[in-house]
Ligand binder design. Structure first.
Ligand code: 7RM
Length: 507
């Protein structure tokens, strides 16, 4: 569904029934939707006829219909009438929500469940393989969403909270659906995009509803910073008390702009570091209670035990320090498993540094113990605050009839933070015109438009280890123009391709 009230109601209603929800972002393709439905054994799908997204219409029911061709176990589809666009309804399977509601009883006793019973499954990308369905529990997750909301944002009785995330991501789960509501907060829910109909949209909403707490992502801040200053200057933003940032490291320029133009230098900025896996915020300033340091998440929340380790897993003691960010002890909100694959859960999070939860992020710690997250140290790329696994994108590209093999890396991007570029080996004798376009068509079909690549670079070989693994590190360094620090490439299976790729990139 799009960000309509019925989405939030659907989430809470599912929990009330003691059932498990899995919200899937409306930007995913039919194939991605079907894979997730099948992986979590979903029985009922709730969707819109269509969704409005800026000036576009997204045919959600049509995408669902296509997905269900490969998801035979779904028993019912509930469809919200949103645009009144034309859709086809399958007899016995598809139901209009408004018709069901006419006959439904207004009474529904909440089902009692155990604290460790699953509340939801949410899919996220990792460095290898297919997206993982992270399973969160009823009591632990809700406790963590609720307490972190209260402590970090410090919203009071009459405050108005607005988190601009989509409920299709964990930020929307924890800081729209659960955290604020568990605390009785009043909040704004927004169905739209920041730049439509004009880039004043966010600021007008803050002005109109007298928003006091605003929580968004650096990518949105950068996109709006790049627009004419009148858009932000013409709105009355004096209601704001606290600003939040989430999803990716915030760069200094964006931080300063957010602080000056939006917060008028009077609103603490809480830079909140956390993950789908952690359920809620782990490292952050507590608004008005602990110090703000530009671009720093600062200190762990009570009960959170971060630790930095080197690549061999040794703890880096003392300050300042830099290393791989791990968490030493469990916390109530942590995901309990990857649905259907507990071994993968252990392998992904607890095997790199035995006995510790590995976040996949790198971090620095200053003299006073404040953390600054530097970004992913694995093959996950953060595009506009969305986690994209290189393996997933490569799998899609490799389906291209004119491509033998591919490797995807992230490169810095002014607005998105990072964008994707693909190195590809073309199939001999196949015509490969309009490669960028056709590669992006395949990616859009397999995953969704959020995973599109910015560039396709044709090479004759990809740097590989002797065991056949693609050395994305080498490609990353070349595309970041860090050729001097490539490290030893002589142990590669095919060191000669490195020079070739450097030459192509220079051209
Ligand atoms: C909440 C969310 C998680 C990844 C995480 C980081 C990055 C998130 C920050 C951040 C620097 C932050 N969940 N990340 N917050 N990096 N500073 N304040 O985004 O599962 O979708 O992504 O996002 O790399 O591992 S997520």
């Amino acid at each position: 569904m799009s960000m309509v009230p019925e989405l939030l109601i659907g989430v809470l209603a599912t929990a009330r029934l003691g059932a498990v929800h899995s919200v899937i972002f409306g930007g995913f393709s039919a194939k991605a939707l079907s894979e997730r439905i099948n992986d979590c054994d979903a029985k009922i799908v709730i969707t819109n006829d269509e969704a409005y997204r800026g000036n576009k219409i997204i045919p959600l029911k049509e995408i669902t219909d296509e997905a269900l061709e490969n998801s035979p176990n779904v028993e019912a589809v509930l469809c919200l009438e949103r645009t009144k666009g034309k859709v086809s309804m399958k007899n016995g399977r598809d139901f209009w929500l408004h018709e069901l509601l006419e006959k439904a009883s207004p009474q529904c006793e909440p089902e009692q469940v155990n604290s460790e019973d699953p509340l939801f499954i949410l899919y996220t990308s990792g460095s290898t393989g297919k997206p993982k369905g992270l399973q969160h529990t009823t009591a632990g997750y809700m406790l963590w969403a609720s307490e972190t909301y209260k402590n970090v944002f410090q919203a009071q009785e009459d405050d108005i909270f607005w988190c601009s995330a989509d409920i299709g991501w964990i930020t929307g789960h924890s800081y729209i659906a659960y955290g604020p509501l568990l605390n009785g907060s009043t909040q704004v829910m927004f169905e739209g995009v920041p730049t439509w109909p004009t880039p004043a949209r966010f600021w007008e909403i803050i002005d109109k509803y007298k928003v006091t707490h605003f929580y968004t992502a650096p990518t949105a801040i950068r996109a709006l910073e790049a627009c004419e200053p009148e858009f932000v200057e013409n709105a009355d933003l004096s209601s704001l008390k606290v600003l939040g940032s989430v999803g990716e490291p915030i760069n200094e320029e964006a931080w300063e702009w957010y602080n000056e133009k939006v917060g008028k230098k009077k609103c603490p900025i809480v830079d909140t570091w956390w993950q789908t896996e952690t359920g809620g915020i782990m490292i952050s300033t507590l608004a008005g209670k602990t110090p703000v340091i530009p671009c720093h998440a600062t200190l762990p929340l009570p009960g959170v035990a971060p630790i930095l380790v080197d690549n061999d897993g040794n703890e880096i003691k003392g300050n300042p320090a830099e290393g791989n960010l791990c968490i030493q002890r469990p916390w109530p909100g942590m995901a309990r498993t990857i649905y259907g694959d507990h071994d993968r859960y252990k392998q992904t999070y607890f095997s790199t540094y035995p006995g510790k939860y590995f976040t996949g992020d790198g971090a620095k710690r200053d003299n006073k113990g404040n953390y600054r997250i530097t970004g992913r140290v694995d093959d996950v790329i953060n595009v506009s605050g969305h986690r994209i696994g290189t393996a997933e994108v490569e799998d899609a590209i490799n389906e291209h009839e004119a491509i033998v093999e591919s490797a995807v890396v992230g490169v810095p991007h002014d607005i998105k933070g990072e964008s994707l570029i693909a190195f590809i080996i073309p199939m001999p004798h196949k015509k490969s015109e309009h490669l960028l376009e056709s590669v992006n068509t395949i990616i859009t079909e397999h995953i969704g438009a959020i995973a599109k690549v910015e560039k396709v670079i044709t090479v004759s070989g990809l740097p590989k280890t002797r065991s056949g693994k693609i050395m994305r590190r080498v490609l990353r360094k070349i595309s970041h123009n860090e050729i001097d620090s490539l490290g030893d490439t002589s142990t590669l299976l095919n060191p000669e391709v490195v020079d070739e790729i450097i030459k192509i990139m220079k051209e």
